[in-house]
Write a protein that binds this ligand. Structure first.
Ligand SMILES: [Zn+2]
Length: 265
């Protein structure tokens, strides 16, 4: 409780807030995490009487070997993201940050920060977005919006294709064991994020970092948050699991993201 009060005061007084959101933020809206102990990758799915492991379907090679099944899986996932509303914690956060400098870094591919009303120029999706697709050929350096095809209406002759070469495309997200992701969109967002960090740190404002629901399986979000805060700025780590901290400028709060955000004034 003491730590929570400290965190609330830090947030109130901060001029600039960097948010680092992992799978836990999406889980609180009722979405299955992609990775992690209970992630989609641990589960299997039956399509046309055959059992497929999610891990195999979320790989670059699935879009070469079984493109219809792989796309069906991704479009179903996207449908679920579209039908689910961001939980109320997103809106609370938006209200808290409206008069503060802020930037969102997230590994979630569901675009729920954008859906909740956050400025797209202040979001860095470090694993991409499910709404974009790319060519299987990594020499093509472009990404496109995935066409709106309902998974139930997907056929071998209407699979999302690359507008450049006409071959089957794949989602522009970091898949498992993925050497073929074209992170061009994410890189642009990262440049904006890096510039923002430089700018706020030069202005020497009261700066804090808040990490929400970021686990240890894939450490991208934790590492990015720790790098941002370094030893100079307070880092508030909010997570029901893996809430351990290592430095004096870090505050650990054992809560889920939504519960914590809703506890803020
Ligand atoms: Zn192509």
């Amino acid at each position: 409780m003491k730590y929570q009060i400290n965190a609330i005061n830090l947030i109130k007084e901060a001029d600039a807030v960097a948010i680092f959101a992992g799978a836990g933020m999406s889980v609180d809206s009722g979405l299955n995490p992609f990775r992690g102990d209970d992630g989609l990758w641990t589960k299997s799915i039956i399509i046309d009487g055959k059992t497929y492991n999610h891990l195999d379907l979320m790989s670059h090679h699935a879009f070469i070997d079984t493109p219809k099944i792989a796309w069906e899986f991704i479009l179903n996932l996207r449908e679920k993201y579209h039908q689910t509303s961001p939980h109320e914690g997103y809106f609370k956060l938006l209200e808290i940050l409206k008069d503060k400098e802020h930037f969102i870094v997230t590994s979630n591919i569901d675009e729920h920060f954008l859906k909740a009303g956050f400025d797209e120029n202040r979001i860095f999706e470090c694993h991409g977005s499910i709404n974009y697709m790319q060519c299987l050929d990594i020499l093509e350096r472009e990404v496109w919006l995935t066409p709106d095809i309902h998974p139930m209406k997907l056929e071998t002759n209407n699979l999302p294709i690359c507008p450049n070469c006409g071959s089957v495309s794949r989602p522009n997200v970091l898949l498992f064991g993925d050497w073929f992701w074209i992170p061009i969109r994410s890189t642009h967002q990262q440049i904006r994020y890096n510039n923002w960090c430089k700018e706020i740190k030069e202005k020497n404002k009261s700066i804090i970092a808040i990490e929400l629901g970021a686990g240890k399986t894939i450490r991208t979000i934790r590492n990015t948050a720790e790098t941002f805060a370094s030893t100079h700025y307070p880092l508030i780590r909010v997570n029901p699991f893996d809430f351990d901290i290592k430095k004096p400028n870090q505050i650990s709060i054992q809560m889920n993201a939504k519960e914590f955000l809703m506890s803020l004034m």
